[in-house]
Design a protein around this ligand. Structure first.
Ligand code: FAD
Ligand code: FES
Length: 512
């Protein structure tokens, strides 16, 4: 990963020849201390901040698509005209700069103010706009929806009801840099506390929605109150599956879903202590990497013979294992736990492992209780149509609970990815305002292990073959998961632009 600012990049205040920027081209230059991305589309030249507002990805290494640019790290999309963060995971607009053209040269000197950016006028909400929007769940989808309602100019009441005691936060970081101790807690909230008051988003934290009355347009809350709504978004996410075996209820047997869970793991992860991770999944192995950073002795126990083979295939699975082994993680694959006591776990081959901490990462199940109770259509998730509306008109669902018709693969999907949940929240919000916008985004996730990120676009539940281009060990590879000569998904390491191109092709219905 590289920084957006480049020491030898051109000084845009002094200007560059127009011929240095071809049609469809991008380059990064400096305006004083600021790195600015110049992009040309036909006769138009745009200038926005060169650094992604999500985690600082270098937009100059991304992909220009029409008058937008996509970030090579986690696929956020920005308007080149205004800097607006059009698609998650970036939620904050980028800076936008005035472009001057004179005597065959392009100059950038001045950042545009909010009003000068000329954000395109949003279509007005439909006739008789709703007054009261209620969002159940303060996670990825719920937060993104609330923010989008305001961004789209909705002036009525917006309420987020969240069982969590913390305001919306960056959940993926809980198993990565935050858990490793390399990201401070200040980075974890998606917004500072004042954001909610400033945007009139009512946050009802520590409050569970206990029942949903579709006919009466009312949701009952754990504090005894009832909340009426015109439109409702269900975004209750998923919860970790627990172990069912003797000792599983002991205090040192933990799962990781919330910020409170991650804080608890940090408090227990003392240097030199011993942890057993149950499950060689993404979260299990990310936790392993984070705990190794804290010099915890880590053993991973999982029933499968290969890590992550079902999602990433054998070669990438073996590589992930070897990467963790090189960092001192000890694997016990093909094994399950049979019992846990205060300081040890027992495996099914009789082996005993010391463990002051046991972290269970054996998957999650969607929180469907509310939708089931309300009588909404359920099929291994809350069934939604292409507009993310459930079987009850005016009630939408997004994120880990939603099963939607996937435009590219043609299957119905329910996926547990951060970016999918945020983008669904954004689309659902627009549809709560009557925009009638189809959800067509191609699924994307990333998983971080030490200093390496695996990026994955599309979704392959099963495949006939995997085509490999490049060298996994050299950290420069693209793997195409193919079925019947069609690429269903592409996994890459350090090939951000290729991942973006694959995403774009799938959006256009082409097999990358
Ligand atoms: C540790 C960790 C790391 C992850 N890393 C990645 C990653 O690297 N990349 C990736 O793509 N994905 C990652 N994920 C998955 C990603 O975080 C989820 O897919 C995403 O958060 C789902 O968003 P959501 O809005 O559906 O649910 P959530 O973000 O889980 O939010 C659900 C919210 O609903 C609340 N809630 C539940 N029931 C009720 C109720 N009845 N009443 C009120 N509130 C309720 C919960 O308290 C919570 O606030 C990770 C997940 C975890 C736990
Ligand atoms: S850094 Fe750009 S999307 Fe994450």
């Amino acid at each position: 990963m590289s920084d957006a600012s480049q020491p030898n990049s051109p000084d845009l205040e002094r200007g560059i020849p127009e011929t240095n920027l071809a049609d469809g081209g991008m380059l990064v230059g400096q305006v004083g201390e600021d790195a600015v991305l110049l992009a040309r589309r036909g006769a138009e030249v745009f200038a926005i901040g060169a650094t992604c507002t999500h985690y600082g990805g270098p937009l100059g290494e991304g992909l220009m698509v029409g008058d937008t640019v996509r970030c090579p790290w986690h696929h956020a999309c920005f308007s080149l005209r205004t800097g607006e963060a059009l698609a998650a995971p970036a939620l904050t607009a980028n800076s936008c700069w005035r472009v001057e053209r004179r005597d065959g040269r392009i100059f950038v000197r001045e950042e545009l103010s909010e009003t000068e950016r000329r954000m395109p006028a949003k279509p007005r909400p439909t006739a008789g706009p709703p007054d009261q929007m209620v969002i159940i769940g303060g996670g990825a989808a719920g937060y993104a929806a609330a923010e989008m309602l305001r961004r789209e100019g909705f002036g009525g009441r917006v309420t987020i009801v969240s069982a969590d005691n913390d305001p919306p936060y960056d959940r993926p970081n809980l198993s990565k840099d935050y858990l490793a101790g390399t990201a401070p807690e200040a980075w974890i909230p998606l917004r500072p506390p004042e954001f909610y008051a400033e945007n009139a988003i009512e946050l009802r934290l520590g409050t569970t929605a206990t029942a949903l009355d579709v006919a009466a347009r009312r949701v009952m809350l754990s504090d005894g109150q009832a909340l009426g709504f015109d439109k409702l978004l269900l975004a209750t996410g998923a919860e970790p599956i627990r172990l069912q075996l003797p000792g599983a209820e002991l205090a040192h047997v933990r799962t990781l879903r919330s910020l409170a869970d991650s804080r608890d793991l940090i408090a227990r992860a003392r240097k030199g202590s011993r942890a057993v991770i149950v499950g060689a999944s993404f979260i299990g192995l990310e936790v392993a990497a984070a705990l190794r950073h804290r010099e915890v002795v880590v053993h991973v126990v999982a029933p499968e013979e290969r890590c992550m083979e079902r999602v990433l295939g054998p070669a990438l699975g073996d590589f992930v294992r070897s990467l963790h082994e090189a960092h001192g993680v000890v694997f016990h694959l093909g094994r399950t736990l049979t019992a846990i006591d205060a300081g040890r776990v027992r495996l099914d081959d009789g082996a005993l492992l010391d463990a002051e901490l046991v972290v269970v990462g054996i998957g999650v199940r969607p929180r469907l209780g509310l939708a089931e109770q309300a009588g909404l259509a359920i099929d291994r998730g809350v069934v939604v149509d292409q507009y993310l509306e459930t079987s009850a008109p005016g009630i939408f669902a997004a994120g880990d609970i939603a099963r939607w018709p996937d435009a590219y693969g043609g299957d119905s999907l329910r996926i547990e990815h951060w970016v999918v949940a945020e983008r669904q929240g954004q689309t659902a919000a627009r549809n709560m305002l009557g925009r009638h916008e189809r959800y067509t985004a191609v699924p994307f996730f990333w998983s971080q292990h030490y200093d390496l990120s695996i990026d994955y676009v599309g979704h392959a539940q099963a495949w006939d073959r995997i085509d490999q281009d490049g060298d996994i060990a050299a950290h420069d590879v693209a793997l195409r998961f193919r079925r019947a000569d069609r690429t269903l998904a592409v996994a890459t390491i350090f090939r951000g632009r290729e991942s973006l191109s694959a995403e774009l092709a799938m959006e256009q219905g082409q097999s990358p």
